[in-house]
Design a protein around this ligand. Structure first.
Ligand SMILES: Nc1ncnc2c1ncn2[C@@H]1O[C@H](COP(=O)(O)OP(=O)(O)O)[C@@H](O)[C@H]1O
Ligand SMILES: O=C(CO)[C@@H](O)[C@H](O)[C@H](O)[C@H](O)COP(=O)(O)O
Length: 457
């Protein structure tokens, strides 16, 4: 498996402690030029195998279809016919990655504003940001063309899983994921092939497009106890699958705060976004199902801002000769902020910039000596995350779209009472917390409801 970072850039490697959903990621940093974020495909598939192995065998035998979703925007490459090897020798048949690249994730920061400005204008309503598949491929083409030569297909990590399960020679991609790569026209359901070709882009790498909710193929072998021939859905975007799991009514908005933040509302059927991209627009319209769209404010600064603060405190403590667990810091700071109901301290938490403002940094203003406690700072951080979201998609706008209720989800929100209070304070709607708000649940429901309905009619 090769890294998609050219050796000429001599990146520094660091490996932060793995978190449940962010297993196996390497941070590459070369501060003077760019920050790449890659993940090891082998370790992701190993984690997937471990999840499957933990499920009851009896239940696996009864699986009637497989729904797949994953993080949008990211890209990986593999070689046709050599993407994996099936092993039957162990306790259960599994596939293991073979001729594959690393996964360049949605958080990848190698494409600078200057680089993005040098790319051709897409014929799409969506603009292109760093971490988007086509931008990454353009970057590799310019900075590491050799690394592309070993592969002849590309897809998201979830497209790869579907292709391996079904033995597809060419991957299939839903418009949800294609739109997240950039240079995809959702109205025509096609890649901007002419624009890309003219710019020398390797268009042969682009996957074929399929309807989200349709079946990509059938398992070419037994997978654990899941029988050979089980239908597998075309991979969905994690955003759309999460929304599908919980948006009961069109009048519901969904607010997910985990590593990042997404605030999502559904657009009425027939809605069409303006056909030209606006890189300064903080709200993007992502394809959902049946040619409808979701309006999405996707902030890059969510729970990761709190995590950065916690890591900073832990490091400061270590520098002072004291050892403290991250989990202790989280609970102390949340407790302190719960006592501190208000603050004048104002934090704009955009340490990672935003897609529409990539060069923005964070700032702290209105600092007075009376507002420096841990409680004040944590309250201001939580408020700042919500205020930043409000600046991207004013909550009043939701009302104009007919929203009546907000469904809250995500681990950063569910574990943080202060963040919940700030959400309640800022939103002019009741906020309820869903039980099964989860992309995996959404992907399963799509297979059950939509394919069952298709079979019935
Ligand atoms: N012990 C904790 N208490 C409260 N919040 C936490 C705790 N640990 C992590 N978090 C918050 O939850 C966020 C998401 O955590 P994590 O589960 O690692 O990511 P994800 O859900 O995106 O995979 C973190 O960025 C952090 O803000
Ligand atoms: O970036 C977007 C939307 O543009 C996300 O939906 C993307 O797919 C990423 O998976 C999420 O941002 C990551 O989700 P999380 O870890 O913050 O829950």
């Amino acid at each position: 498996m090769t890294s998609m970072i050219p050796s000429s850039h001599k990146p520094q490697f660091s490996e932060p402690s793995p978190t449940p959903n962010r297993m196996a990621f390497l941070v590459f940093s070369c501060p003077s030029c760019w920050t790449g974020q890659e993940q090891d495909v082998r370790r992701i598939i190993q984690a997937l195998n471990e999840c499957l192995a933990a499920l009851p065998r009896q239940q696996l035998r009864k699986v009637c279809s497989i729904g797949v979703s994953g993080q949008m925007h990211g890209v990986m490459f593999w070689k046709t016919g050599q993407g994996c090897e099936w092993t039957e020798g162990g306790a259960a048949p599994v596939f293991e990655p073979r001729a594959v690249s690393q996964l360049v994730t949605w958080q990848d920061g190698r494409c600078s504003s200057k680089f993005l400005a040098s790319l051709p204008q897409p014929e799409s309503h969506l603009s292109v940001a760093t971490g988007f598949g086509c931008a990454t491929i353009f970057w590799l083409l310019k900075n590491s063309p050799e690394s592309l030569k070993s592969y002849d297909v590309a897809g998201t990590i979830h497209d790869y899983v579907v292709a391996m399960l079904c033995g597809l020679t060419r991957p299939l991609m839903s418009d949800q994921n294609a739109a997240s790569w950039g240079y995809f026209n959702t109205r025509r359901q096609s890649w901007n092939l002419e624009i890309l070709r003219a710019a020398g882009f390797p268009v042969h790498l682009l996957p074929d497009i399929a309807e989200p909710g349709s079946v990509a193929g059938r398992t070419s072998r037994a997978w654990f106890e899941i029988p050979k021939g089980t239908p597998v859905g075309v991979a969905l975007g994690d955003l759309q699958a999460s929304v599908y799991s919980c948006m009961a009514q069109r009048t519901d908005a969904v607010l997910n705060i985990s590593t990042s933040v997404q605030l999502v509302a559904s657009m009425p059927s027939g809605f069409q976004p303006a056909q030209t991209p606006d890189p300064t627009a903080p709200v993007a319209y992502f394809p959902y199902f049946d040619r409808t769209y979701l309006a999405v404010a996707a902030s890059l600064n969510g729970g990761n801002v709190l995590a950065t603060f916690v890591r900073m405190l832990v490091q400061w403590m270590a520098d002072l000769g004291l050892e403290v667990e991250e989990s202790t810091v989280y609970s102390c700071m949340i407790q302190a902020a719960a006592q501190q109901r208000d603050t004048c301290l104002t934090i704009t938490p955009t340490v990672l910039g935003e897609r529409h403002l990539p060069d923005q940094l964070a700032s702290v203003t209105r600092i007075s000596s009376s507002d420096l406690s841990l409680g004040h700072v944590t309250r201001a951080l939580c408020r700042g995350i919500i205020q930043n979201l409000h600046s991207m998609l004013p909550f009043q706008q939701l009302r104009e779209w007919g929203v009546e209720r907000v469904i809250g989800s995500g681990s950063a929100l569910s574990r943080n009472e202060v963040l919940k209070q700030e959400v309640q304070r800022a939103f002019p709607f009741p906020v309820s917390y869903g039980q099964d708000v989860d992309a995996a649940v959404g992907a399963a429901l799509v297979m059950l409801q939509r394919n069952f309905n298709q079979q019935e009619s």
